[in-house]
Design a binder for this molecule. Structure first.
Ligand SMILES: O=C(O)CCC(=O)C(=O)O
Length: 306
């Protein structure tokens, strides 16, 4: 297995062949890249059957959240969805998800994430939040009127994650790991990173779809697109400035992002996403009961029109 960082292919290093153990030397090199650039990519960490399990969970969760919204006539608080200017509806993100998909939940505790992260943070990583960024255009939905659908696309502003964390006093030592469920390519809105930008946090401005660094902080010409096959992992520092442009491929570009904090930071259990899980779960159970009792029939399917 190989990893790459800002230098791309010339800086490709053999990590491991077929085991899940990352040899010490390779971890050290990945750690150096992480310290220098604020991120490091390990390509093809997860095997094809594992990626298939992630896709199955992603589809299940998407159908669950749309159908639960339709059954309850209420926009799920987990769902970030938009109407693009061509009229198509796109799911940008569903958060949180670890209580909805067993395989995705298990991957949050996988040694292939925890091992490198423990080395990078010098502590035991503890899960703080998880989100699935779908960038997925949807087939037509009957009853779509109940959703709040801002006219917008699925881009992410130019930001770092610490801009959000600092409001809750979470430390800069949080590390995120983004697993590519689909290949990330030039045409599907891959993450773009600004190598070395993690060394200094800059205060952000509020923009229409989140927080953004002030104009002039970075030059888009310096952005490095993270192109990677399915099952790859990008580890990144909470202060690394990153962004992504709209997915123009017509296909999903799913990225599973886990964020872990160092245990010594002593952040409370599920303090970030727990309240949303508690708010949403009774509605999801109500949907299941309506469906089991024959009072609701799923109106949405990803296979419709396939
Ligand atoms: O999924 C993407 O393209 C970007 C994700 C991102 O910037 C975020 O979730 O903070």
């Amino acid at each position: 297995m190989f990893y790459h960082s800002r230098m791309g292919c010339p800086y490709t290093v053999l990590l491991h062949q077929s085991t899940h153990e990352v040899p010490h030397q390779a971890t050290r090199q990945a750690h150096q890249a992480f310290l220098r650039d604020g991120y490091v990519v390990l390509p093809s960490v997860f095997a094809a059957d594992e990626v298939a399990a992630m896709r199955a969970d992603a589809d299940f969760i998407l159908e669950l959240i749309i159908n639960s919204s339709l059954a309850n006539e209420r926009h799920s608080g987990r769902l970030d969805i938009r109407r693009q200017c061509d009229g198509t509806v796109v799911v940008r993100k569903i958060q949180p998800i670890a209580d909805l998909g067993l395989d995705l939940a298990r991957f949050a505790a996988d040694d292939r994430l925890l091992g490198p992260m423990a080395a990078f943070m010098g502590d035991e990583p503890v899960l703080m939040e998880e989100k699935l960024n779908y960038k997925q255009p949807l087939p037509e939905i009957d009853g779509c009127g109940l959703f709040r659908l801002p006219q917008d696309d699925d881009r992410f502003p130019i930001h770092n994650d610490y801009a959000y964390y600092q409001h809750n006093d979470y430390p800069q030592a949080v590390i995120s790991s983004a697993i590519t469920i689909d290949e990330c390519r030039a045409d599907n809105g891959p993450i773009l990173v600004f190598p070395g930008s993690h060394r200094r946090h800059v205060e952000h401005l509020r923009v229409r779809n989140g927080l953004e660094v002030p104009p002039g902080t970075v030059d888009l010409a310096d952005a490095v697109p993270i192109h990677a096959p399915p099952g790859s992992v990008m580890f990144f520092h909470s202060c690394l400035i990153h962004t992504s442009e709209p997915n123009r491929s017509g296909q999903p570009r799913r990225l599973m992002i886990f964020s872990h904090f160092p245990k010594t930071a002593g952040i409370g259990f599920d303090i970030r996403n727990g309240p949303n899980r508690l708010r949403e779960s009774p509605w999801e159970w109500r949907y299941q009961r309506l469906k089991a009792g024959g009072d609701y029939v799923d109106g949405f399917s990803l296979r419709a029109g396939a």
